[in-house]
Write a protein that binds this ligand. Structure first.
Ligand SMILES: [Zn+2]
Ligand SMILES: [Zn+2]
Length: 429
C-alpha cells in the first residue's frame, strides 16, 4: 500500500469517528422542530385543584405542544365521581368548567343528596383537545413512594399501565426498584416510557450521592415550579443545580454511569391562583424538545438523545457541538441582557468531600460538600450567544443562560428567567 493511500485511510478513520461522536446540532429545520412541553401535572384525579380538561386547555392556549398528566399513583382511567364542592377546586373550579365546556360534556348526578361530577378519562380529554401535530396529551403518572417519611417521587411519561410504588429498604432501593420495574415494563410492552426523578430537595429527601448511583435513572428535575421543593437549597443542602454537577462528575469519573439530564417542570397543582409566586401554578418551567414529529415515541427518543433544553423563560434558537466547541444562541428578547455560563468539571479535579453538618447521624441525610473543582464555571459570556472551546480535559460541559428579566411568576422570589443546556461529554479526537 502506498503511503498516500494509507494516509487517506487514516484521515478518513479519524474524520469519521470524530464527526460521528461529536456533532450535535439542535436547531429547527425542515426535518425537526422544537416542541414545548410540561412533564409534571396534577389534576383532580389526585391533589391538583382543577379538572384535567381545563388543565389541558390551559396548556393548549399557552403555546405548549404537549402536556403529560402525572397524577399521584393513578392514571386518568375508569369511572370516578367526585363531589362538586368537596374537592380541591370546589365550586370555583366547577363554575369555570361549566362555563368553558357545554352541558353535554359535563356529566353530573345526585347521590346522597349531593351533586357529583364525573372526572373525564384521558382518552375523552385527548379526543376533545388534541390536534394532530399541534397539541398532544400524554398519559403519565407520578409514582409516589417514600422511605421513612421521606418522599421519593418519580414521574413516568407515556405509560398505559399503572406502575404502583414498590417501596424498599432505603432511599436508593426505593428509586432503584421503581426504575427497574419501569424499565422491565418498557421491555415487555415496547412502550417508550421515560422515568424522571422529581424534586430531590422536597423535604431534602434525596442526596446527590443517593441519586447518582441509581442505574437507569438518567433524568431529574433541575427545576420544579412548586414553591416548596427547595430548588435552590439552603446553608446545608446544595441546590438542584449543584447536585446536577456532583452527580454527573461522579457518574463519569467514578461510577461509569451515563450523564444525567436536567428537566424543568411545573408540578402544577394550583390553577386558580392569580398572585405571582402563590402556590404551584402552571407555566413556570418546561422542556423544549427538538423532534421529528409530535408523538410520545418521538419525544422520548429525542429526550433520551439529549435533544432538548429546559427553560423557565429563556428560548434558544440553536445549541451545537461542532469542531470542538459548544455554542449556544439565544432567541433574544428586546432590551434584555443574557449571561451564558459554561459549567463543567475537569479531569483530575479535587475529589475530596466533607460532611455538610457535624452530627454524624444527620450528615447521612445531607449531600456531602465537594470541592469548587466540581461544576466550576469554566467561562462566562454576556450577550445573546456564547461559544466555549473545549480544552479536552473536561469530563463534561453544560451551559446555563440567565436573563436580566425576572421570572414573571416565580416559584422562588427573585428567580430570573433561565435556560438549562444539557451536559455534553467532549470527545477528545
Ligand atoms: Zn412529587
Ligand atoms: Zn408532583
Amino acid at each position: 500500500m502506498s503511503l498516500r493511500s494509507l494516509s487517506t485511510i487514516v484521515f478518513l478513520v479519524v474524520f469519521v469517528s470524530y464527526a460521528a461522536a461529536e456533532d450535535i446540532k439542535l436547531q429547527a429545520n425542515g426535518e425537526s422542530q422544537w416542541y414545548r412541553g410540561n412533564m409534571h401535572t396534577h389534576s383532580l384525579w389526585s391533589d391538583g385543584d382543577d379538572y384535567p380538561e381545563m388543565i389541558a386547555a390551559w396548556y393548549k392556549e399557552h403555546g405548549y405542544s404537549f402536556n403529560v398528566f402525572t397524577d399521584h399513583n393513578v392514571l386518568l382511567r375508569g369511572e370516578r365521581w367526585i363531589d362538586v364542592e368537596k374537592n380541591k377546586g370546589g365550586k370555583v373550579a366547577f363554575d369555570k368548567l361549566t362555563a368553558k365546556f357545554d352541558s353535554e360534556w359535563v356529566q353530573t348526578r345526585t347521590k346522597d343528596e349531593r351533586l357529583q361530577v364525573r372526572l373525564k378519562n384521558f382518552d375523552q380529554i385527548f379526543d376533545r383537545l388534541a390536534i394532530p401535530q399541534k397539541f398532544l396529551l400524554i398519559q403519565g403518572e407520578e409514582i409516589t413512594d417514600g422511605y421513612k417519611n421521606m418522599p421519593v417521587h418519580m414521574c413516568v411519561t407515556n405509560t398505559t399501565e399503572l406502575l404502583p410504588p414498590l417501596h424498599g429498604e432505603s432511599i436508593v432501593e426505593v428509586m432503584q426498584q421503581n426504575i427497574n420495574a419501569a424499565i422491565s415494563r418498557r421491555e415487555r410492552t415496547g412502550e417508550k416510557s421515560l422515568v424522571h426523578l422529581n424534586h430531590p430537595n422536597f423535604h431534602y429527601a434525596i442526596t446527590a450521592e443517593q441519586l447518582m448511583q441509581v442505574i437507569g435513572e438518567n433524568f431529574f428535575e433541575v427545576y420544579n415550579g412548586h414553591p416548596t421543593v427547595n430548588d435552590s437549597g439552603d446553608d446545608t443542602h446544595p441546590s438542584t443545580s449543584r447536585m446536577w454537577d456532583i452527580i454527573n462528575t461522579w457518574r463519569l469519573a467514578k461510577l461509569d454511569l451515563p450523564l444525567m439530564y436536567g428537566l424543568a417542570t411545573d408540578d402544577g397543582h394550583a390553577y386558580h391562583r392569580t398572585k405571582p409566586g402563590d402556590g404551584a401554578q402552571p407555566g413556570r418551567g418546561w422542556v423544549m424538545v427538538l423532534a421529528k414529529t409530535l408523538t410520545p415515541d418521538a419525544l422520548v427518543t429525542a429526550l433520551e438523545a439529549g435533544q432538548f433544553y429546559s427553560s423557565s423563560g429563556v428560548s434558544l434558537t440553536r445549541v451545537a457541538v461542532t469542531d470542538g466547541r459548544l455554542s449556544v444562541t439565544v432567541a433574544a428578547d428586546a432590551d434584555t441582557d443574557y449571561r451564558i455560563d459554561f459549567i463543567g468539571t475537569r479531569k483530575g479535579f479535587d475529589d475530596t468531600t466533607v460532611p455538610a453538618v457535624d452530627d454524624q447521624e444527620k450528615a447521612k441525610r445531607h449531600s456531602l460538600r465537594y470541592s469548587s473543582d466540581v461544576g466550576m464555571v469554566l467561562q462566562s459570556t454576556t450577550g445573546s450567544s456564547g461559544v466555549y472551546q473545549f480544552t479536552g480535559d473536561e469530563l463534561y460541559v453544560r451551559a446555563i443562560v440567565t436573563s436580566s428579566r425576572l421570572h414573571s411568576n416565580p416559584s422562588e422570589l427573585g428567580d430570573f428567567q433561565q435556560a438549562w443546556i444539557q451536559p455534553v461529554v467532549p470527545n477528545t479526537p
